[in-house]
Ligand binder design. Structure first.
Ligand code: ATP
Ligand code: MG
Length: 428
């Protein structure tokens, strides 16, 4: 795996090669850098291609007419080549980091080594030339072989310059199942408090990649051992209990989108703690809604089970609560929560019963009820009104509990009966 020259490049890099060659033909050094080089050397699939060059942004734009000046202040130009877009960034150094996050200024330079020197980890600081030669001044290849996470240069200084690098280091360690070098870990432990300078959006982006990544359990262990999350700019109370937990290993078995909810459940967080945490991390609305549906279902069912554990005589109240949860949050959220529940050691048996009840429900939405509002009003000979919604929900609940068949005549009969009963009760 470790020859000095790469003859077979991933297709995406092969396609981008003419961009490097074009820059080279104008006398500018130009190379592949960053994740695509690292992943190629690891033998992994790449997901994008980044290039760096000694040419200044305006020179890149001249060589490739129609390029887009996407991030000129950082030296990044988006080059359009054969209907593909590539980011080409001018070699640069960063100077005087402000507030432990962004460099006060960048200076364009002619030296590739200088550019690699500003990068975070040795595995991310290698360059691949157009002829397939690897340029690796900081021992990235060796660290890939030894499976090490190591900062380029002095780890203390690198984390102090930009505190986000600490979360990136944890993310890469977890993703690749690498170990921290002694100094890099030591530096991370001494500078964890600098995380408070990092925007919560960036923290969320890193956490999300860890949780949705291939080894969320490893990420949780490292986060816990590093105490990083205690030092975020905003409170993350639902994530304070992420100490090593045997359940983390099972997070990876859950489909994406469900892992956040599972994490909160496994942390034993309260609704308030979860809401604060999601606020702090600026959870996108949709994720917020789907997580909260699962959480509120979890808390309701847990309360019901605590009152009446899985005891045959006591199943009716539990079934009622379950049916009501399914109708309120939907069959999808219910199935999601069941996936989390089967992994929870506390209630494995009852999960089977819940699943069976869910599968047996003839209808879980008003739409599936074989009686619509119109037919109901006509059938009972009443003016349409707000009573209809209440009645439909009551019918749906009875159908969900399998106390009533989902058939138009029976539904209507039941509705009439309830109306009569209600009248009698009202007159009493
Ligand atoms: P992936 O995209 O697979 O997560 P990547 O290594 O491509 O990994 P990017 O965030 O796309 O990560 O960054 C591209 C490169 O820029 C990195 O490989 C690294 O060399 C450099 N880099 C990114 N962020 C930082 C940072 N905060 N400090 C120093 N270098 C960085
Ligand atoms: Mg990348």
């Amino acid at each position: 795996m470790m020859e000095g020259k790469w003859r077979v490049l991933p297709e995406m890099m092969e396609d981008a090669l003419p961009v490097l060659k074009q820059l080279n033909s104008y006398g500018f050094e130009a190379v592949f850098v960053g994740g695509c080089v690292r992943d190629t050397i690891m033998g992994l699939a790449i997901h994008d291609v980044d290039m760096a060059t000694a040419a200044l942004p305006e020179q890149v734009m001249e060589i490739f007419p129609g390029s887009i000046p996407t991030g000129l202040q950082h030296g990044t130009v988006t080059v359009r080549f054969q209907d593909e877009l590539y980011e080409v960034t001018t070699f640069r150094t960063e100077s005087e980091y402000e507030q432990h996050r962004r460099p006060a200024g960048v200076r364009f330079i002619a030296s590739l080594e200088g550019d690699l020197l500003r990068r975070d980890l040795t595995i991310n600081a290698m360059a691949l030339m157009a002829d397939g030669k690897l340029y690796d001044p900081f021992g990235g290849q060796q660290d890939i072989q030894g499976r090490w996470i190591r900062c380029v240069g002095d780890a203390d200084a690198r984390f102090q310059e930009d505190a986000l690098r600490m979360l990136r280091a944890v993310r890469f360690a977890a993703k690749f199942d690498y170990s921290f070098s002694y100094r890099t870990w030591k530096a991370l432990r001494s500078h964890h408090h600098l995380l408070r300078h990092i925007a919560m959006e960036r923290v969320m982006a890193e956490l999300n990649q860890m949780i949705e990544g291939p080894r969320p359990a490893a990420a949780m262990k490292l986060l816990s051992a590093s105490c990083l999350l205690q030092h975020a700019a905003k409170p993350l109370p639902a994530l304070m209990a992420i100490q090593t937990n045997p359940r983390w290993d099972r997070l990876a078995e859950l489909r994406h989108g469900l892992r956040w909810a599972a994490l909160f459940v496994y942390c034993g967080a309260t609704t308030d703690q979860i809401e604060t945490t999601m606020d702090s991390l600026r959870f996108p609305g949709r994720l917020n809604t789907s997580v909260m549906a699962v959480i509120s279902m979890h808390l309701r069912m847990k309360a019901a089970l605590d009152v009446a554990p899985n005891d045959k005589e006591q199943q009716q109240p539990i079934r009622k609560e379950w049916t009501s949860c399914v109708l309120e949050h939907g069959a999808g959220a219910a199935a999601d929560w069941l996936e989390i529940l089967v992994m929870e050691a506390s209630y494995p048996a009852i999960a089977m019963t819940f699943r069976q009840w869910l599968e047996e429900m003839p209808a879980t939405t008003l739409k599936q009820l074989k009686l619509d509002g119109h037919a109901l009003a006509q059938g009972v000979n009443r003016q349409p009104g707000s009573w209809m919604g209440i009645m439909m929900k009551r019918l749906l609940f009875a159908v969900g509990m399998k106390e009533l068949p989902n058939e138009p005549e029976q539904l209507l009969e039941q509705a009439k009966l309830w109306i009569t009963e209600d009248r009698i009760n009202d007159n009493e």
